[in-house]
Design a protein around this ligand. Structure first.
Ligand code: 13P
Ligand code: SF4
Length: 302
């Protein structure tokens, strides 16, 4: 493995490439990554990189967002199978239908959506800035898609805005049931429960903290507690357990794994850099419109 790591680092320098990795990736990817974090952090890094090549160890919509932000750079996704089941739940036609049912209402799309969908929305958000983004619109009502649970969680936090949601969801996060939280709390009564807002509302209601993947990690690092029940993808627990050995991190259930996030291996990253595959391209007209939606989010998140 060390040999492969060295080869990747060498290629990265030769080709002036940067590797961005989401914290749901297999943890060994961190050995070669320049930046590891949640989707907001990675899109911010993509927006300011001066590398010629961006290798995205994440899912398709993340690489697509990086390409929209960098139309003149080469953006590579090491494995094309890495889609997002939630992003696939809404296409252009479904979005148009949803909008036509609620005319004149500002539309917020979660970054977990395709470029085509982003191109028809007013502003984008991630799980770490969703409250701020919805609030920034100063609207009585917003349309939120595709994640109904994130949208409804935002509505609950803001109280003064109606958030009408599209019925999309993350199959991985919905595997977490309220019974799992109750059982884990009984087993670890001193532990704090940290949950991602993609979880069902009956789960987030039981959590001590709800936030993005980086939000959860930062909370656990700063907390004085020693035990944490983590209600999100396994990659977060793998990284926290690796880096903070004096604390105990309990994955709520063994199967909270996003299969699409786990495709990329170090071999795939090496092949991506060597063969410059698989290049992500976005139709120019769609990319221009989607960029407005993403740029608005980055501006509000500064
Ligand atoms: P973050 O915004 O927390 O990185 O989440 C992205 C995601 O796909 C979670 O399922
Ligand atoms: Fe998509 Fe869910 Fe995987 Fe996140 S965890 S990338 S929302 S399928």
């Amino acid at each position: 493995m060390q040999e492969k790591i060295e080869l990747i680092k060498k290629l990265k320098t030769e080709k002036n490439a940067v590797i961005l990795a989401h914290c749901y990736q297999n943890a060994e990817i961190d050995e070669v990554a320049d930046f590891v974090g949640d989707s907001l952090y990675l899109s911010q890094q993509a927006a300011k990189t001066d590398a010629d090549i961006i290798v995205f160890a994440g899912v398709f919509f993340m690489a697509q967002t990086a390409k929209i932000l960098n139309p003149n750079k080469k953006v590579l996704l090491p494995r094309t199978e890495s889609g997002c089941l939630m992003a696939d739940m809404i296409n252009y036609h479904q979005l148009m239908e949803f909008k036509s049912q609620h005319p004149g209402i500002p539309t917020v799309c979660y970054i977990n959506s395709t470029a085509e969908v982003k191109s028809e929305c007013d502003i984008c958000c991630t799980s770490s800035n969703a409250i701020k983004i919805v609030d920034s619109l100063n609207a009585d009502e917003v349309l939120f898609l595709p994640d109904t649970y994130l949208g409804k969680w935002v509505e609950k936090q803001l109280r003064n805005v109606k958030v009408t949601t599209y019925p999309g969801y993350c199959p991985t996060h919905l595997r977490i049931k309220p019974e799992d939280i109750i059982e884990a709390k009984n087993k670890y009564p001193d532990a704090e429960v940290l949950a991602h807002p993609e979880c069902h509302k009956n789960v987030t209601e039981l959590a001590d903290y709800v936030g993005s993947t980086t939000g959860i990690m930062n909370y656990a690092i700063k907390s004085n507690k020693k035990q944490f029940i983590i209600a999100t993808e396994k990659g977060v627990v793998d990284r926290l357990s690796r880096d903070y050995k004096d604390k105990k991190f309990i994955l709520i259930k063994d199967n909270i794994i996003c299969p699409n996030m786990k495709w990329h291996t170090l071999d795939d990253i090496y092949n991506a850099l060597e063969k410059e595959q698989y290049e992500i391209n976005v139709d120019e007209k769609i990319a221009k419109k989607a960029l407005i939606c993403i740029d608005r989010m980055l501006e509000v998140s500064k």
